[in-house]
Write a protein that binds this ligand. Sequence first.
Ligand SMILES: CC(C)(COP(=O)(O)OP(=O)(O)OC[C@H]1O[C@@H](n2cnc3c(N)ncnc32)[C@H](O)[C@@H]1OP(=O)(O)O)[C@@H](O)C(=O)NCCC(=O)NCCS
Length: 164
Amino acid sequence: MTSSIEITHINAPDDVSFERLVEILLAAFAFQDDIVDPPSSAKSVSVSELQWRFARDTLFVARDGNGNIIGQIWIEDVGKDAYLYKLSVDPAVKGAGIGKALVEAACAFARDRGKQHMRLSVRIELEDNIAFFKSRGFAIVGEGVHDGYDRTTFWKMARDLQQI
Ligand SMILES: CC(C)(COP(=O)(O)OP(=O)(O)OC[C@H]1O[C@@H](n2cnc3c(N)ncnc32)[C@H](O)[C@@H]1OP(=O)(O)O)[C@@H](O)C(=O)NCCC(=O)NCCS
């Protein structure tokens, strides 16, 4: 399946359906509903949010052999490092190597622009996701607390881009 997957850097907003990206985000993050506290911000994602993010950040999508969008990853420039977020794969094609391919494309993009690390945040409850990112070369480098909470709610992870 991976062989027919194409990872594309989206350069213009007309080259992508933001409605489809919202659909994937809602479907992919739905499993977290009863798991993470506070709820994921992905639950309230909208086309207008993705439009302003597109104006600021970098978007890669995964397409299947028919050109259908089946995954996405967003990259924010945070100075000497980059930060990835909203990584999501259509649940219908989960586990087929698409998430891995998106992470690798994002890391290569950031490395080629001289970024030292790729950073991300992951909820402490999501052990499978933490394992996924560790398998991609990320390590836990810190912890974070959402507003209104008095305990760790997310881990900060980072990958050294000079190693790829
Ligand atoms: C996390 C996510 C992006 C992974 O994408 P994917 O296409 O399903 O993952 P891949 O097929 O590329 O998996 C890569 C590896 O991680 C493993 N893996 C992926 N998701 C896993 C899971 N939930 N549990 C255990 N292992 C997992 C795969 O087995 C594979 O291992 P391998 O390289 O040894 O074969 C995807 O499952 C998703 O959209 N999840 C919901 C949204 C989300 O949680 N995003 C991340 C927020 S921090």
